[in-house]
Each structure stands twice: as structure tokens, then as C-alpha cells.
Design a protein around this ligand. Sequence first.
Ligand code: GDG
Length: 473
Amino acid sequence: MARLVIVSNRVAMPRERASRAGGLAVALKESLQQQGGLWFGWSGEVADTPDPAPRRARQGRIDYAVLDLTPEEHKGFYLDFANGILWPLCHYRLGLIEFRRSAWESYLAVNARFAEQLVPQLRPDDIIWIHDYHFIPLAAELRRRGVQNRIGFFMHIPFPAPEVLAALPGHDRLVRDLCAYDLVGFQTRGDVRALTEYILHEAEGTVIGNTSTEDVRVSAFGRDLRVGAFPIGIDTADFAQLAAHEAGSDETQRLSESLVGRSLVIGVDRLDYSKGIPQRFEAFHQLLGSRPEHRGKVTFMQIAPISRGEVAQYRKLRSELDGLTGRINGKFAEFDWMPVRYLNKAFARNSLAGFYRHAKVGLVTPLRDGMNLVAKEYVASQNPADPGVLVLSRFAGAAREMKGALIVNPYDTEHIADALHRALIMPLEERRQRWEAMMAVLRVNTIAHWRETYLAALQAEGHPPQVLDAAGR
Ligand code: GDG
């Protein structure tokens, strides 16, 4: 079997603490372990004079090779371009973007530098799988250096519609670089459609075959490639088992006692403006305002570990949520009831599983989200005999699969408040039916299924390698 090379932005070396490793990191590691492979990417560290060559380590059948960023690269490539421009662009938040040519140049230069360092590590039959928006140009940079291997890309976040993408100076170069891959994988059919439309209408490309709207073969910039939807999942059985076990843990018991019989509504998100957290708080505020029967009977707990705290927009979001928490609690709290519990910290995965299981409602209302794994984890954690209800944004990729959820428009806070009310009073029979429908999907679309389907599709891309010309076209 060919060796697998995975490239991702943040690579944890084997000696780093694995306890916080998410499901994705575990799944990728498993495939490297099975197949033998190399994990290449950013170390997460910033150094004034980084070693030009990667730092290496080996564990089992996995080789690790990581590079540090310079302070200028960390700012230009990572903070300003990846997080400050691509992230809001792909989440349809054009108003948050401040385009700077220096950031774009830094993004391209870091991709070129990473390609330069990856080339000597490669073997002719390696299969290369590159992850996420930090590394869109990497395949084109590798091709320019003569790499003819099969190269796949998976985009974890949404791919914007052509008219949104076109707001980015350099959008044409970005799409041309995407076409250097053999397989471009997205979370949903909508993302596939967005890239296909761009290729058809902006890049003079053509569709040369499609087996469905989720699986299209296109030709553009002198290459042909496959564009497909591969919705990511979780380790469903493992999460369900963990949650069942955690139901009896000290921590879950303490949570339960602290609620003194009240229903729990839970939200869990990195503190990010794409997650729609202020709108969710507003919706809870409206629920208490318009339906007094829930006052004193429901507690909303939002877990929101701080992420990208160095970026101004994230600091602004924090202060907005601090204000909303104070306003809601100030208005409705009683001496023995605090409506909102807002926690700016991370919890261990097993604690989260126990909390999800205890919650009557999982409130997942991103304004835009590639998939959203919290929605899936919440469902997998439920007690089959008495499951809770998922309230889910229509703009999360997960809404395509989680048909048993109460689907809401996350901008319409009254709609969310109505859905919350409906979830809180929903009869057991309906909760069971909805939950069963979602679990049936989650049992099949697991993270292992995602990884295997993607890699099988990449391996099947057997057409002869196509070499870009000297100009990279
Ligand atoms: C990107 C895309 C796509 C959260 N708080 C804690 C904690 N978490 C874990 C959750 C979940 C993960 O982080 C978050 O995953 P999401 O999918 O919800 O969101 P992003 O981080 O934005 O991920 C997204 C994903 O990539 C995968 O392709 O679904 O659309 O934006 O697993 O449980 N984990 C722990 N403590 C916390 O406090 N241990």
C-alpha cells in the first residue's frame, strides 16, 4: 500500500499531550499508523530564526516533520491572511475583512516555503492529503517543483459562492491553485456547487462528468480533477459509550445537583464569531421574556473556550457576550436561579460528553459552519430511553444530515426562541423518533467512514499525472 502523507496546519509531535486531541487528529493518526506515513505541517511555534529544515520525530509507523514560522510569517500568513481574511470570507463575513497585499504575499510565500521543504521528504508513490484553508496553494507549489503524486485537498470550512469569493483580490489565483489537486473534498453539496459554478462561470472551465450533484469531474486550467462532498463525522460508538459512562461520573452528578431539577440547554463552541453565540443568547433572552413559564425552570450553559484571543474581532465578541450574560442574568435571575452560565474555558472531552447527555436541548446555531461536530457529539451522547433535542442552524453543514433536529434560521432569534420552547416541551415519543433518525445517519457516517471514503476516492484517481507548465498553469 502506498505511503500516506498528511499535511495540516498544526501538527502535534508525539511527545505533546494528546489528551486534548480532537476526533479529527485521532482519525488522521490512525490512518497514518495503518498505512505508514508522514505528518507534515506547522509546529505551532514561532521562532526568530527557524531552522530551514523540518524538525523530525518518529513514533510507530509515523514520521513527523514540522516547521516553525517566523514572527512575520505568523502575522502575515496565519493571523492576517488565514484567520483574518480567508476565515471571514469563507464564513460570508465580508465586512470583517481588511485586505492587505502583504498578508496575501506572506500566505503564498509560506506555502512555497513549506512545499520546498516537503519535496525532499516525498517518495514517488506517496499519496498526499492536504488539509484546510491554510494550504490551498500547496499542491500548485509542489507541482511547480515537479511533484507528480496524487494530491488531495479537504476543506473543513465552507467554500463561498462565486460572488462572495470574487471579493478577494487573488481569487482567480486561489482557484487555479485548487485545480492543481486531483481531488478536492468539501463538507457538503453546496460547497461542491460553489466551486463548480466558479469554475464554469469565472474560470472558463467545464464539467466533464458527474455521478451526482455531490461528485463532479471538472476541467480547468489544463487539468481535470474531481470535486466531491465528504461530510465529516465523529466516532459515534465511542462517543455514545463515553457519554453513557460519564452519566454516572462525579462531575455530571455535581452538574445535575446544581440544577436542582431544572432543564439544561447546552451550547459548546470555540469562541468564534461564525458560531452565532450572541444571537443564541438573545434568543434565550427572548424565550424568558415571552414565555414566563420557563423562568426558573431552565438553565442555559454556554461553554466557549477562548480562541484566537489575539485578534481584535474575537476580543470584541468576548466583551459583547460578557455584556449579554450580565444583561440576561441581571434581568431574570432569582436568588436561587441564574439563567445563564457562561464559561470561557475548555473542558476535557469526557466531561463534555457527560454534560451533553444531561442537557435536554443542544443549541447549535452557527451563522455559517463547514460541518459542526458539536451537533453530532450532542446527538451521539443522548440516553436512548430519554433523548434530548437538537436545535440546529440551517447554515451548519450538519443540517444536511441531521434531519431530526429542529432546524432554525440563526439570524432569526424569535425563531430560535420558538424552537427552544418546542424542544423543552417535546413529548418523549417525538424526541425518540427524531433522535433515532439522526443516530441512524451518525452510525454510518462516522469519522472512519469519512476518512476511508475520501482516501479511496483519492486512490482511485488513477489518471496519468499532468504536469503544469513553467508558469504554473
Ligand atoms: C472546523 C470547522 C468542522 C469545543 N470546546 C471544547 C472542545 N471542543 C471540541 C468539540 C468539537 C470541536 O472542538 C469543534 O468542532 P466544530 O466542528 O464544532 O468546529 P471548528 O473547531 O470550527 O472546526 C467545522 C470541523 O472543522 C471539522 O471538519 O466541522 O465546521 O469550522 O469536537 O467537542 N473539546 C474539548 N473541550 C472543550 O471545551 N475537549
